[in-house]
Design a protein around this ligand. Sequence first.
Ligand SMILES: Nc1ncnc2c1ncn2[C@@H]1O[C@H](COP(=O)(O)OP(=O)(O)OP(=O)(O)O)[C@@H](O)[C@H]1O
Length: 353
Amino acid sequence: MIKLSHIEKTYDSPSGPVKALRGIDLTIGRGEIYGIIGLSGAGKSTLVRCINMLERPTAGQVFVDGREMTALTPAELREARKSIGMIFQHFNLLSSATVYDNVAFPLKLAGMSAGDIRQRVEPLLKLVGLEAKAHQYPSQLSGGQKQRVGIARALASEPKVLLCDEATSALDPQTTKAILDLIRDINQKLRLTVVVITHEMQVIKEICDKVAVIDKGVIAEQGPVLEVFTNPQQPITKEFISVLLSNELPAAFRGEKISADPVPGACLLLRLTFIGESADNPVIAGMIRRFPQVETTLLFGSLDQIKATPFGRMIIGLTGPQSEIDRALDYLKSQDLKEEVIGYVKRHDSTAV
Ligand SMILES: Nc1ncnc2c1ncn2[C@@H]1O[C@H](COP(=O)(O)OP(=O)(O)OP(=O)(O)O)[C@@H](O)[C@H]1O
């Protein structure tokens, strides 16, 4: 649905050229919710604005729905933009117009009759849950309601793509959740392709199918959210994920030396990740039953969800005869989970030498 091919964008500034994008290749499938995450200044806004050509790339090609946006004349571009809706962090509503008129605005601009506009706007206000607010002004609305107006307005020209630039960054967590639910609902009902720009992993986790991590104008890592989330490769990705998942050692081991080889009196620490149905499997109980000489301590556990997929994380400690620990480890490796050996670590209170 969206294809970015070798996109570069360099801004001219008084202090010299700023390379905001340095060669971006990205393909977003029809109906996907695709997240783009990055730190401030990474190039997210520039990237999303290159999709609808609010910014013209310095080099590279942008395709939306099979049309090469970078090759269109200004008149063709105006027409093509109707198939791309956009919502913003600060909503960008007309303060002197009612909710109804804000949503109707792009249709009026397109020269639609009042009757046709009504037929388009009323169902949209219903879709975003604002029928009762049609005649109020933006100043009378909460942040979440303002963003609902923004969404209805973005959908007015019946786009195929919805671009969301930090659309929930100005909202509290509860309102964020409601707006993300609405975006997911719209994605499913209208089969809309959605691009979500954010600096929050929570947003990605909540609604995205795929994610690209952008860092200093290049894509550091991309893939299905579950994969990137459970097996991050790049330091920047690990940093984003660590906000949601603590990668620290349990308190009793923190600050101790971690050894890759067995150390007398140390505990083998493992980080286990269970995804989907395996989150319900009694793998640990099975291991304890099979290897009774291995003492297993549960040090940390959490159960979460990525979109609708359950996702569990656990840190366990194993002690006992080395040969049995090795066999227990082999057993875990044969199971439907991801295991990461942290290493052999002594407890703070360990007296063994
Ligand atoms: N109009 C402009 N003129 C000059 N430099 C710009 C312009 N717009 C953006 N930049 C620079 O390009 C780089 C990328 O900016 P961009 O706004 O795309 O990043 P971002 O990831 O969206 O950051 P933020 O989350 O802070 O908005 C930054 O270094 C920024 O200063």
